[in-house]
Structure formats: C-alpha cells, structure tokens
Design a protein around this ligand. Structure first.
Ligand code: 2HG
Ligand code: ZN
Length: 480
C-alpha cells in the first residue's frame, strides 16, 4: 500500500481577497498581519523541514477577542485557518498545506496562519489548588521559569521546551519525558478557553479536577490538532517539585532488555521519573554533532537512560536498584553537570538527525512487551523498503513510545513510512504516540482506528466546524 500524495511540493498559495485582508488588519492591527514572503518564511515550514506550505498571511492576535475576530473573518471570507504555536510540530499540522484546500468549486482557498505567540499571559500560581492559568502562547520554558521557587512544577517536560507553547501542547496532547510519572498533557488540563470555528467562545475556567458535567471539552480539544477549536487559555494541574535528581545510563543488549529493565526499575524505585532509550548510531551522531565524551569506553547496542527525582538525594537508591539489573555497564550522575551531559545524549537526537539530513520521522507506540520484537523487525522492514537507510531509534521506552528516524529516502518517498506504520498496526500499536497525525499520517488513521471511530470523529468535526475552517487537511485529508 503506497500513498504518494501526502507530501507534495505544490505551492499554490491563493491570495487573500481584499475585504478579508482589510478585516484581518482591522482585527489585529496592520503590523500584525504579515504578508511579505520573507516575514512569513519561518512560519511556513515546521521542525521536520519535511512539511511546508505557502500562507496568504500570518496573523498575530494579542487577545482572545482578536483570535475570535480572525477566525470569524476567515470563515466568512472562505480562508482556512492554520493555528500555530511554537511551530515545533513534526507532522505538518502547524504549517499550511502544500496543496491548498479547495472550495466547493475546486478553487484553492487562501491559508492564514494564526500565530498564538502573543497570548503570553502568566497567571499567579494558585497555591491552594496547585494550579496555574496561562495564555496559549506561553512556552513551556517560560512557564517553568515562572514556577521556579513557587513550590510547584509542570507535570510535562520535553526537549523543545523553549519553543513549544502550551496551547500547541494541548492541541497535540504532548507527551515528553515525564509521562510515566505524570501522564500526558490531557491529564494535566483542568480548564480551558477556546475559540470555535464559528468565532464563539467556550470557557471552563478555572474548571475543576473533578467535573462530570457532560462531555469534557478540554479532553476533546487535547489532541484535536487545531481541527476543532483554537485554545486561547488553559489551566494546568501542577505537581510538587522533586528538587534532587540522579540520572543513570545503562548499556543494554537490545530494546527488549531496555524495556524489561525499565519495568524492573519502576517497580523498585518510587522516585523514577523517566526511562529513555537510544541506540549506538544515534549516540555517535549526537557526539559528532554536539561534541561531548562517550560515556563508556566500549560501544554497546542500546542505552537506557533513567532518572530519579526526590526531595532528598536519590543517588544511592538509584545505584542500588541498578545493581539489581544485569546491565552490560552503567554510569550514574548525581551532580548537575554529569546529569546534563547524560541527558544531552538523548535530547540531542532530534537536532543531530536534522543536521544530517531531512529525516522520515515515525513517532509510534507499540505494546511495551513487544518493543524488543518491534526494534528488530522494523529495522528489517526499513532495509527491505530502502537500499541504504540510516536508522536511529530512540524514545520513551517506559511508555512504549519509540521515535523511528530514517535518513536516506527522499522526503516524498513514503515506502519506509508505510513499512514502519504497517508493522506498528500488525503489532497492535498506535501510528502516532505523541506527535499527532498532522498531514503526515492521514492515510493511516482509518487503518489504525477503524471505520466506526472515524465516522464518530468526522461527525464531531462536521458538528463543530461545518465550513472546514480550522486546519483542513489535518487528521482527514478530505473535508469531513
Ligand atoms: C523526542 O522525544 C521528541 O525527542 C522528538 O519527541 C522525536 O526527533 C524525534 O523524532
Ligand atoms: Zn518524544
């Protein structure tokens, strides 16, 4: 099964009709409507560099009312709205479609990027509830800095923290490195304010941790990838900080052993906050690209990075637990510099792979017990689909979430993607774990979820966005 239409280099950017341009300028002020190609450029390509499309304009509202005015004007003017946060997405969901969506007569519709970066309100920490309300355009890093010294932390963390915005993290239901302890973004959400395709506002703020008053819109919008609503504000549950940290890197035989060790360490260590996997090719690439010293004298097939966080120094506990699993070798870092060096080996992957080429990125879940089998079979499947691939497999092994990165095939050659995702479905996994479907995996959604799920999802989309204003082409390649 091959799908060659997903990545296209067609760039038919339809221009904005004059009345719509005037309405957008009136809504946000002329200086926040960018139509110049140079100014638009960084908004038009996502972090994967594989996905790109031409916007008629980038519009930068500063308030919820301005967001609503922009969405309403675009709906009335026939334009598509592409909501965008930090643009750190990897599946083409935050940039315009390469082939513009069509109107009823088959003509291309203009695409307007709705940049949320100006919605940067940082609310006071609610010390009694352990919650905070923030604007959608606040970056995760800015919120982490805001919380420093407050006695609370965000439950989610990830490598893109200084660019990724909280609104985008809701839209994609972000995961990251602390999911095994705190869950995904959806599970941190207490309340939300969002603009619907009609321009109407839905608001449940502050919201309540326990709220059984019908359909949970925050949960529905989390992971909807900008297709149902534009999140403007959100309230998050916070977690108590774990100020003392220790990190260990274990050399292991294979991915299956990494998963088994991760489970064993989880049982033994109440303080476990992360369990991450990478392979030797990936580590070498990071060391060459970013510099740094190899952690072991010998090379090993795979590495498992684990972190503990606790009120008191957890280093001894971590050392004791590690000695109970039979790793090939291990290093432990209790000091800040050492911890950072070990984490850099894992967090440097995305940038290092990107520097080596334009990768095919497959973010997938597989049942944790099948990680070992998947890691072997997926490498074979990739090699069968492409003669000389460079394969890097890393990810959040404690959650059963791997990032299969492949260099070699052209950006629009889908053979490798199809091989990987076919295997994921065979093994009972999910074709997207944390990055979303975007435009990259629309052809796989029905195979993964089945007809009944897709019919229900399309009914929700039609109900909330009958004009297909919000992020058309994402999740479903055709109008719902
Ligand atoms: C990570 O876990 C991110 O580092 C990016 O989700 C994954 O580069 C990737 O494929
Ligand atoms: Zn990840």
């Amino acid at each position: 099964l091959r799908h060659h239409v997903r990545v296209s280099h067609e760039t038919d950017g339809a221009a904005l009709p004059d009345p719509l341009l005037a309405a957008l300028r009136a809504a946000v002020g002329p200086s926040h409507v960018l139509t110049d190609a140079d100014l638009r450029a960084t908004y038009e390509t996502d972090w994967s560099r594989r996905f790109h499309g031409v916007a008629a304009a980038v519009v930068r509202p500063g308030t919820m009312d301005e967001v609503a005015a922009v969405v309403r004007a675009c709906g009335q003017g026939g334009a598509a709205v592409v909501p965008q946060g930090g643009n750190t997405g990897l599946v083409g969901g935050s940039v315009p479609r390469a082939a513009a969506p069509r109107d009823g007569r088959g003509a291309p519709r203009p695409q307007v990027i709705l940049s949320m970066l100006r919605l940067r309100e940082l609310g006071a920490v609610d010390q009694v509830a352990g919650e905070v309300t923030v604007g959608a355009g606040v970056t995760l890093g800015a919120l982490q800095a805001h919380l420093a010294g407050s006695g609370w932390e965000v439950g989610i963390d990830m490598g893109s923290r200084d660019s990724a915005t909280l609104g985008g993290m809701v839209a994609t239901n972000a995961g990251g490195i602390h999911v095994l302890r705190n869950g995904v973004m959806r599970q941190q959400l207490v309340g939300i304010e969002a603009v619907l395709a009609s321009g109407e506002i839905v608001r449940r703020l502050p919201g309540a941790v326990k709220d059984n008053t019908g359909y949970a819109l925050p949960a529905l919008f989390a992971g909807s990838e900008g297709t149902l609503a534009v999140v403007t504000r959100l309230r998050l549950r916070l977690v108590p900080p774990l100020p003392r940290r220790a990190v260990a890197l274990l050399a292991v035989d294979d991915a299956g052993q990494a998963a088994t060790f991760a489970a064993e360490l989880r049982r033994r260590l109440a303080c476990l906050t992360a369990a991450e996997l990478f392979d030797d090719d990936g580590m070498r690439l990071v060391l060459v690209h970013a510099g740094g010293e190899a952690p072991f004298r010998e090379r090993h097939p795979r590495y498992l990075l684990v972190e503990c966080g606790a009120p008191d120094d957890p280093t001894d506990q971590l050392v004791e637990a590690i000695s109970a699993v039979a790793a090939r070798d291990a290093v432990v870092a209790g000091d800040e510099g050492g911890r950072r060096r070990l984490w850099a080996l894992r967090e440097g992957h995305t940038e290092s792979v990107n520097a080596a080429g334009i990768p095919h990125k497959l973010d997938v879940s597989v049942p944790i017990g099948r990680i070992g089998a998947f890691d072997v079979a997926v490498r074979e499947a990739i090699r069968a689909a492409h003669p000389l691939p460079r394969i890097f497999i890393y990810g959040h092994v404690g959650d059963g979430n791997l990032h299969v990165n492949v260099l070699g095939p052209d950006p629009d050659d889908e053979a490798v993607d199809d091989a990987v995702l076919g295997l994921v479905i065979e093994l009972g996994g999910a074709v997207s774990a944390e990055h979303g479907i975007g435009v990259a995996k629309t052809a796989w959604l029905v195979r993964d979820r089945g007809e009944a799920d897709i019919a229900a999802m399309r009914a929700i989309k039609r109900g909330l966005d009958p004009g297909d204003v919000l992020n058309p082409g994402v999740l479903f390649s055709d109008p719902a």
